[in-house]
Design a protein around this ligand. Structure first.
Ligand SMILES: Nc1ncnc2c1ncn2[C@@H]1O[C@H](COP(=O)(O)OP(=O)(O)OP(=O)(O)O)[C@@H](O)[C@H]1O
Ligand SMILES: [Mg+2]
Length: 208
């Protein structure tokens, strides 16, 4: 079983967006996929509610301690709320094999992300050799100074892989509204997004 946690203490960085799109990708690839919504806002549960029944099945739960199948074909994705720190953060992190931290190109978000990444680092013994941490830039507009600044900063984070950058795009708004993932939407309209997801899928070793 692969356990993937999407987390950043900063609100609105794209945790739910990444979680639901990843869940849709995994389900479509034939993995037995569980989406654990730990957020009282329940955005990913709401996304699941509108997901068409015709699409690949994703199991939804709000139960952090739900017993999960340990077989090779199972993937669990945790959508974590903002503002998780301290002991709770440690408890959460211990559930993960892999962590994705989405970060927005804005001075406030980058400052908050730096502090959050510092917290992850301070859990060295928890993370070392056990949990892989990947950073994803989200809602990027190419060739803007702030994106270049974020890009440079993420590249410098040692011991954590800067995986990819997702553009700011209405496909993600559409995905949120329809319960679909971008890999389930029109191929030409989502071609660039699919390309941007490739490094993440590869890093997570989800290629089948
Ligand atoms: N790449 C993107 N392009 C366009 N819109 C995006 C993108 N990523 C996220 N959004 C939008 O930004 C908003 C915040 O994203 P999301 O809900 O995924 O963040 P979050 O980190 O889960 O927030 P919270 O901390 O409140 O749980 C949503 O309206 C979402 O649709
Ligand atoms: Mg969320």
């Amino acid at each position: 079983m692969k356990s993937i946690m999407v987390i950043n203490s900063k609100g609105g960085s794209g945790k739910t967006t990444v979680s639901v799109n990843l869940a849709a990708y995994c389900a479509q690839k034939g993995f037995q996929t569980t989406l654990v919504d730990l957020d009282p806002q329940q955005s990913s549960s709401q996304w699941l509610e509108v997901r068409p029944a015709s699409k690949s099945k994703i199991r939804g739960t709000k139960n952090f301690n739900k017993p999960l199948k340990q077989d090779k074909n199972s993937i669990v994705i945790y959508d974590v709320p903002a503002a998780i720190y301290g002991a709770k953060l440690v408890t959460y992190i211990k559930k993960a094999n892999m962590i994705i931290v989405p970060v927005l190109p804005s001075p406030i978000d980058m400052k908050a992300a730096k502090a959050f990444i510092q917290q992850l680092r301070s859990m060295g013994p928890v993370i070392r050799n056990k949990i892989k941490v990947g950073l994803v830039a989200n809602r990027c507009r190419a060739n803007t100074n702030i994106f270049l600044e974020l890009d440079t900063y993420l590249l410098r984070e040692k011991g954590m892989k800067y995986i990819t950058a997702f553009r700011d795009n209405t496909n993600y708004i559409k995905s949120a509204r329809t319960g679909l993932g971008i890999f389930e939407m029109g191929e030409s309209a989502t071609a660039q997004d699919r390309e941007e997801w490739k490094p993440l899928v590869k890093w997570l070793e989800l290629n089948k």
